[in-house]
Design a protein around this ligand. Structure first.
Ligand code: HEM
Length: 512
C-alpha cells in the first residue's frame, strides 16, 4: 500500500500534467498554418500580463506588436484561443471594410434569455445585427443629433453651475474623471433614457450608482469577463452574470416606466428612446419584427442600455484625458481658449451647432487625445466565412478570433512620430497630405473602429465632447494639481482606458 502522502503527490502531478496538456493543446495551431507566432506560455498563452492585471490589454498587445516589426500579422494565443493579431494597415482595412462580410461578428458570447440587456448592438451577430443596425442608424443622423443639442447644452449649464458653486465655496482642486463621468451620465440619462438625473448635484443619484455598478473595474468583474470571453460554457454553467441583477432590474424598470408614461400621457421628446419607439411603431404592421427578432420593450431597453454602456465611460475618460493634456500643455490650452473665445464672439452664446462645427483646433485636440489614449484599446472580430488573407497563402477558418491592436498602432512612431508627445497639429487639415491625416495610411487611426461596425454613436460623441470642452474651457483654466502626475498610467483591471488614481487638476475661473 502507498502512504497517503505519495497518493496526494501523484494526484497533484496528474492534475498538473492534465492542466498543462489542456492549456497547451492548441499551441500548434499557428505553426501548422505556417503563420509567424509569438511563443505562448502554458495556461496564459501570450496574454499573461493582461490576465494577471500587470498591464492593460492594449499595452500587452503593444509589446507583441513591437516584437514583430516586419510582419503584417502575427499568430498569438489568448489563453488557449488562437488569435490573429493584425499589424498592417492595408490588411486591417481589408478585414474591417473591404471584406467585412467575412468578419461580421465580434464573437462576444451572451445569453439573451438569462440577461436580456445583453441582447444589444455590440453583441448581436449576423443578419439580426445587420437589420437592427440599419434600423438604428437614422437615429444617429446629423439631423436627429442636432435636435439633441438643447439637451446637451442643458447638461453643460448644470456642469458650469456646479463648478461655480463649488469654486465659490473655496474648492479649486478636482478629481476630473469623477466630474466628467457625472456629466456624461447626465447626458446619456437625458438623451437616451429621457431622465433628468443631475448626478452632479445629487451625489447619491441612482443612475450614477448603477453606472458605477456596471463599469466598476474590480478584479472579480475583470475575472468574470475573462471567463465570459474565453470559457463561455463555464460562464453559463456557473450562472455568472455580466453585471449585477439589480442593474438589470433597474434599467428594464426605467425603460418600461418611460414607455408607459409616454404612451399614457402623449409625451414626446427628441431622445433615443423616442426614436426607438418610433421604429417600433413603424414595424407594428410586421408584428414588431426586425429581421429574425421582435422589437420588444426588452429589446428597446437593451439598445438604450448599450448607448449608456458604450457612450458614457468612453466619452467621460476622453474628456478627462483631454483636460489633463490641456493642464500639461498650457500653450495648447491657450490656443484652444482663443478659438473658443473667437467663436463665442462670432456666433454668440450658447454655442450653436454651427459654432461647434467651426472649432477645428478643439476637434484636433480631441482627435489627438483619442490617438494617445484610445478608450477602446483593441478591436475584435471573428471570422464568419472562410477567408484567404489577400496576397498570402493563409486561409482563415470560420471561428478564428482576430484582434486589431489600436493602442499599439496609435503609438507606432512610423505613423505618429514621438508618439508620447501630445501634438494636435498631427490632425491639422492643411498639413502634408491634407484631410487631417498628415499623409498617414488609412487604417492607422481607429478610436471609433472602422467599417460597417464602426461606432454608431461617433457623431453624437464628438458633438457632446466638443460642446462640453467649449463650455468648460471658455469659463475655466485648468492646471496640474500637486496630486497629479504629468504622465498617466492606465488601470489594468479596466476594460476601457482608465487613469490609475484618477486625474487631479486645479480649476480656476477665467476673468476673460
Ligand atoms: C469617445 C466616445 C466613444 C468612443 C471612443 C467609442 C468607441 C467605439 C468603438 C471602438 C467601437 C467598436 C467599433 C468596431 O468594432 O469597429 C464602438 C462601437 C459602438 N459604440 Fe461607441 N464609442 C464612443 C461613444 C459612443 C456613444 C456616445 C454611443 C451611443 C450613444 C456609442 C455606441 C456604440 C455602439 C452601439 C457600438 C456597437 C456598434 C455595432 O456593433 O454596430 N458609442 N464604439
Amino acid at each position: 500500500m502507498f502512504p497517503a502522502a505519495v497518493i496526494i503527490v501523484l494526484c497533484c502531478i496528474v492534475v498538473v500534467l492534465l492542466l498543462y496538456s489542456y492549456s497547451t493543446s492548441t499551441y500548434k495551431y499557428w505553426k501548422t498554418k505556417s503563420v509567424i507566432f509569438a511563443t505562448p506560455v502554458p495556461l496564459f498563452g501570450n496574454i499573461k500580463d493582461q490576465v494577471t492585471l500587470k498591464m492593460t490589454q492594449g499595452e500587452c498587445l503593444k509589446n507583441i506588436y513591437n516584437d514583430f516589426p516586419r510582419e503584417k500579422y502575427v499568430g498569438i494565443y489568448q489563453l488557449q484561443t488562437p488569435t490573429l493579431l493584425l499589424r498592417d494597415p492595408e490588411i486591417i482595412r481589408s478585414f474591417l471594410v473591404k471584406n467585412f462580410t467575412h468578419f461580421t461578428d465580434r464573437g462576444f458570447s451572451y445569453d439573451g434569455h438569462r440577461e436580456p440587456l445583453t441582447k444589444h448592438l455590440v453583441n448581436l451577430e449576423g443578419d439580426t445585427w445587420k437589420t437592427l443596425r440599419q434600423k438604428l442608424s437614422p437615429t444617429f443622423s446629423s439631423g436627429k443629433i442636432k435636435n439633441m443639442l438643447g439637451m446637451l447644452q442643458g447638461c453643460g449649464v448644470q456642469l458650469i453651475e456646479y463648478m461655480e458653486s463649488t469654486i465659490n465655496s473655496g474648492k479649486t482642486e478636482f478629481e476630473i474623471r469623477d466630474l466628467t463621468a457625472k456629466f456624461t451620465t447626465d447626458v446619456i440619462g437625458t438623451c437616451a433614457f429621457g431622465l433628468e438625473c443631475n448626478s452632479l448635484k445629487d451625489s447619491q443619484s441612482e443612475f450614477r450608482r448603477m453606472g458605477c455598478a456596471v463599469l466598476n473595474s474590480s478584479p472579480s468583474l475583470a475575472l468574470a469577463k475573462i471567463v465570459r470571453v474565453f470559457f463561455p460554457k463555464l460562464f453559463k454553467a456557473l450562472k455568472l452574470r455580466t453585471f449585477p441583477a439589480e442593474v438589470q432590474q433597474f434599467f428594464l424598470g426605467i425603460v418600461k416606466q418611460t414607455i408607459d408614461f409616454r404612451n399614457n400621457n402623449q409625451v414626446r421628446r427628441n431622445d433615443f428612446i423616442q426614436l426607438l419607439l418610433e421604429i417600433k411603431d413603424q414595424n407594428q404592421h410586421q408584428e414588431n419584427a426586425i429581421g429574425s427578432i421582435k422589437l420588444t420593450e426588452e429589446l428597446i431597453a437593451a439598445q438604450v442600455f448599450v448607448f449608456f454602456l458604450a457612450g458614457f465611460e468612453t466619452s467621460s475618460t476622453t474628456l478627462s484625458f483631454c483636460l489633463h493634456e490641456m493642464a500639461v500643455n498650457q500653450d495648447i490650452q491657450n490656443r484652444v481658449y482663443e478659438e473658443i473665445n473667437e467663436t463665442a464672439e462670432k456666433y454668440g452664446l450658447p454655442f450653436s451647432y454651427e459654432a461647434i462645427a467651426s472649432m477645428n483646433y478643439l476637434e484636433q485636440c480631441l482627435k489627438e487625445t483619442m490617438r494617445k489614449y484610445p478608450p477602446v484599446q483593441a478591436l475584435v472580430r471573428v471570422c464568419t466565412k472562410q477567408f484567404r488573407v489577400p496576397g498570402t497563402e493563409l486561409d482563415l477558418d470560420v471561428g478564428t478570433a482576430v484582434l486589431i491592436p489600436v493602442y499599439a498602432i496609435h503609438h507606432d512612431p512610423q505613423y505618429y512620430p514621438e508618439p508620447d508627445t501630445f501634438n494636435p497639429d498631427r490632425f491639422a487639415k492643411d498639413c502634408n497630405g491634407g484631410g487631417g491625416d498628415n499623409g498617414r495610411p488609412a487604417g492607422v487611426y481607429l478610436p471609433f473602429g472602422d467599417g460597417p461596425r464602426i461606432c454608431i454613436g461617433m457623431r453624437f460623441a464628438m458633438l457632446e465632447m466638443k460642446l462640453a470642452l467649449a463650455q468648460f474651457l471658455h469659463s475655466y483654466l485648468v492646471t496640474l494639481s500637486d496630486k497629479s502626475c504629468a504622465r498617466i498610467e492606465f488601470e489594468p483591471a479596466s476594460f476601457l482606458s482608465c487613469p490609475k488614481g484618477g486625474i487631479w487638476l486645479n480649476v480656476n475661473k477665467r476673468t476673460h
